[in-house]
Design a protein around this ligand. Structure first.
Ligand code: URA
Length: 425
């Protein structure tokens, strides 16, 4: 076989065989297929798409490109969760310990943020000492002992995705359904959990911009999971505004703590309880929302989170430390009305410019910077009222403040966006 022939075949809109896909992915993972040819292949997929069978073959070829975790020594139904990315998305920080506080083992591998989207690993690393790199043995031992671990993707797991995701990021081939589905599901399958909750984000701040595309992506991933015997549910969630109040690593950890002390905003708290209910159902537990919320209010989820932080080397005193950003700028409203729009993409990019996110993989992060909103879409606002605070390590220019305010849209009508738009089982 020759790589160039396979690129040409896909470029011309033909279907590749299972053997061809396996050969290509194996070659890429082992170095015989170079980046430039894989980039051309990804672009051919971008324009020609893939059939269901091809996407499934691609996913399984990626799984086979590295090690697979065997979680069978952990008792019970192991659960995992993955978000397709968003702004202010600290859901894992709360959801994972919340579910684990019901005795359901949560074994989760998370990723880093890139561009306008944040990553759970970066948020956890804003806690002094927190170790995201663990061996398979340590990961399993921790889940056996405390029922919860959130770690980084190990180097030898789904090697092809590690390489391909970095390549897609710099070749404008991220936002295409077969490549997202195979990337997410290869990691979930290789990581070994029995049940998987997929949080498929849609809207301005997400890779999927329309509900129709989010539905196709969800259906594709759910089918991939089910085909290999994993209980999989996709929840399509709204990413037209940031999740919760905070964007930025330490600021999001602080918001997560607030929610786990029962003091979070009602909308995000309710949303996380709903996700927890689905994750618990996947693991065979029926719990009502009142009981689930109780685990947030009475500190059971927080206790689990603290146990995990301690187990993974994190400093509990540092966990509760406020942001040490040098400047905190209040943003006051120029109008009276209702918050009508807070475009997630714009604020994600804004936070990135403050140092909270990376433009390229090698960029260092400033964990302390970001944005905390006092008000979200649907909230009433008076002229002169504080809408948000910006945490920065450089004094903000007037232009930057004006730019921030331009993105806060105020209207006369009270609109309350739904958080969960659809569930695909
Ligand atoms: N998250 C992933 O893990 N992969 C993608 O391709 C997109 C989001």
């Amino acid at each position: 076989m020759r790589t160039v022939d396979l690129i040409q075949k896909k470029r011309d809109g033909q279907e590749l065989t299972s053997e061809e896909i396996q050969w290509l992915i194996e070659g890429y993972a082992t170095g015989s297929v170079p980046d430039y040819q894989m980039a051309a292949f990804a672009m051919a997929i971008y324009f020609q798409g893939m059939s269901t069978r091809e996407t499934s073959d691609l996913t399984m070829a990626m799984v086979a490109s590295g090690k697979q975790f065997d979680l069978s020594s952990i008792e019970g139904i192991k659960t995992d969760k993955h978000s397709t990315g968003g702004v202010g998305d600290k859901v894992t920080l709360i959801l994972a310990p919340l579910v684990a506080s019901f005795g359901v083992p949560v074994a989760k591998m998370s990723g880093r943020g890139l561009g306008h989207t944040g990553g759970t690993l970066d948020k956890l690393e804003s806690i002094k000492g927190y170790q995201i790199e663990r061996s398979e043995e340590d990961f399993i031992k921790q889940v056996q002992e405390i029922g919860l671990s959130v770690i980084g993707q190990s180097d030898d797991l789904v090697r092809a995705d590690k390489l391909l995701y970095a390549l897609r990021d710099v070749t404008a081939t991220v936002d295409i359904i077969p490549l997202i589905a195979s990337s997410v599901m290869s990691k979930k399958i290789a990581a070994g959990a029995n049940s998987i909750l997929l949080d498929v984000t849609v809207g301005d701040g997400a890779f999927m911009k329309t509900l129709e595309d989010a539905e196709v992506l969800s259906r594709t991933m759910v089918d991939l999971g089910k085909a290999v015997g994993r209980e999989t549910i996709a929840v399509i969630t709204n990413m037209s505004q940031p999740v919760g109040r905070a964007i930025g690593n330490r600021l999001e950890v602080l918001e997560a703590l607030e929610i786990m002390q029962g003091q979070g905003r009602e909308d995000v708290t309710h949303f996380i309880c709903e996700l927890a209910q689905i994750m618990l159902q996947l693991a065979g537990q029926e719990q009502d929302l009142v009981t689930i919320r109780k685990h947030l209010v009475d500190g059971q989820a927080l206790k689990k989170f603290e146990e995990m932080v301690t187990y993974q080397g994190g400093d509990l005193e540092d966990l509760y430390r406020p942001s040490s950003a040098d400047f905190v700028t209040d943003i006051l409203s120029d109008d009276t009305g209702y918050i009508a729009e807070l475009p997630a993409l714009e604020f994600g990019l804004f936070a990135m410019r403050l140092g909270a996110g990376r433009a390229v993989k090698t960029d260092p992060l400033d964990y302390e910077t970001g944005i905390v909103f006092d008000l979200k879409v649907g909230d009433k606002v008076e002229k002169g009222q504080r809408i948000a605070q910006i945490f920065s390590n450089e004094k903000l220019s007037t232009n930057l403040i004006t730019e921030f305010k331009k993105n806060v849209k105020i209207g006369e009508v009270e609109v309350h966006p739904k958080e969960i738009l659809k569930i695909i089982t």
